[in-house]
Ligand binder design. Structure first.
Ligand code: MN
Length: 470
């Protein structure tokens, strides 16, 4: 099921572009993530009409290479094998942006990676001076989120689900369906923003202080982040058809970092009976670098090993390949910087470090489950994994869990026996239970394995802006 490890993953490969050989770069020649980008000097002054997608770039070291320029110059000849006999080729469409590439056949994407790797490696026959001319420094580019049509967010971490469940429903933390179906809800694609976009504190209704009373209304007081991974869907399925677990990974283009910002006080009041709504749809931030399934091949790991007492997944979500290598070994870090810290020149502090291999459900299982009823996925759709939390305290992927429901307004206080509220202490002496205005959340993700080159996902950032006045 996963892509094979091949010459593009060779740890000894180096690029003629020196910055790609820096041991600290997220983007060595073994990675080659795709982006929708725009050189900053071309930016349009009115952000409302600035709805761009593409051109498609590939990131190498500290540069972005314009793939269309490389193709137009005839340097990606291997792709022509995918040209339609009728002459109605889709190659221009596939190369125009990330969601175009998502609709290409998986063989085309595999070939594109091979060809880019050969052009960018040391010793290539290609004219490297010309290739340099088609590059723009990452620092001078503006990146967009891929054009995402539909967004579904899952809840695939057993540890996260148990933590949150024990705060929201102390008597009944894990509902009986959890180990049988990947729980999810349909999110909102219109409010997905690229890394670096400020996030305005949402306004909304919060639970009444007393049962039966009037709800509170105003700016969210329990604003949180959720550290997740996002999967960008490649080719979809016809309405009424499903995607089998065996084929599921062919339908994923690659992964990015996803911050599913969450208004916990809005969530507590609204989530029953139909699930999250305004607590989640005011903003979701993605990192722009789509790290492909091919690049991730060396970092696959077994799916979550279920407890002997746990039910096994139904056959449509089970396969040998998924059990052996359905997971991803990806380290995830969350860093926090307050305005006061930035004013004083203090670096962001790391507040958590988890791993994606701790997820109870794999992305392949989520794809198989999402489509088993005939729901059609489409190229460029985003699936969120759900908050990634582990067993250790510092592996919890949200503030709700890290500070254990630092809810100063709960009445009666929601506390699980044996737990205590533990606000984060910042280097300035400030305390955090939830996010304050001016706080910046910075998420990072990377893969490391002995015998392979480290690759990374870049960063996913956002600063909290004050709520609009009510
Ligand atoms: Mn979420």
């Amino acid at each position: 099921m996963p892509y094979p490890i091949d010459e593009t993953h060779d740890p000894n490969l180096e690029s003629w572009l020196e910055s790609a050989n820096d041991p600290n770069t997220d983007f060595p020649i073994q990675n080659l993530p795709f982006v929708d980008y725009e050189p900053a000097d071309q930016s349009i002054s009115d952000p409302l009409i600035d709805d761009f997608a593409g051109p498609l770039g590939v990131v190498i070291g500290d540069q972005v290479l314009d793939i269309n320029k490389v193709f137009d110059a005839g340097l990606l000849e291997g792709l022509l094998a995918y040209e339609d006999d009728s002459g109605a080729t889709d190659i221009d469409y596939w190369l125009h942006a990330v969601n175009g590439l998502a609709s290409a056949p998986s063989g085309f994407r595999h070939e594109l990676r091979q060809q880019l790797s050969r052009l960018l490696r040391k010793g290539t026959d290609a004219d490297t001076k010309q290739l340099r001319d088609w590059m723009t420094p990452v620092a001078e580019c503006r990146f967009d989120a891929p054009s995402i049509r539909d967004y579904t967010d899952f809840y695939a971490s057993l540890y996260h689900a148990t933590n949150v469940g024990s705060m929201f429903r102390p008597d009944n933390p894990l509902l009986p369906n959890y180990k049988h179906i990947p729980i999810g809800y349909h999110g909102r694609a219109s409010s997905i923003v690229p890394s670096g976009t400020p996030v305005r504190r949402p306004i909304g209704q919060q639970a009444p202080a007393e049962d039966g009373g009037m709800p509170n209304f105003g700016p969210c007081k329990m604003l949180d982040y959720e550290m997740e991974m996002g999967a960008i869907i490649a080719r979809g399925n016809e309405l009424g058809e499903s995607i089998s677990i065996t084929d599921a990974e062919d339908h994923i283009l690659g992964l990015c970092i996803l911050n599913d910002w969450s208004a916990r006080d809005l969530q507590k009041w609204e989530y029953q009976p139909l699930g999250p709504f305004l607590a989640k749809n005011f903003a979701s931030t993605v990192s722009p670098y789509i790290v492909t399934m091919e690049a991730l091949a060396p970092f696959r790991c077994p799916a979550f090993e279920r407890d002997a007492k746990d039910p096994q997944p139904l056959p449509y979500m089970d396969s040998d390949a998924n059990r052996k290598a359905g997971g991803f070994d990806i380290t995830l870090e969350v860093h926090l910087s307050t305005k006061q810290m930035r004013d004083k020149g203090i670096d962001p502090v790391r507040i958590s470090k988890g791993n994606f291999k701790d997820m109870y459900w794999t992305f392949a299982q989520m794809v198989a489950h999402h489509t088993v009823n005939g729901c059609n996925l489409q190229p460029g759709d985003l699936l969120g994994s759900g908050t990634v939390s582990g067993t250790a305290r510092d592996a919890r992927g949200s503030l709700l869990e890290l500070t254990w429901d630092g809810d100063p307004f709960a009445n009666p206080p929601v506390l699980v026996p044996g737990t205590q509220r533990t606000p984060l202490k910042m280097p300035t002496g400030e305390e955090r239970k939830f996010l304050q205005d001016g706080d910046e959340v910075i998420m990072k993700a990377y893969c490391e394995r002995d015998g392979f080159r480290r690759i990374g996902f870049g960063e996913c950032r956002g600063v909290i802006e004050p709520a609009r006045s009510v």
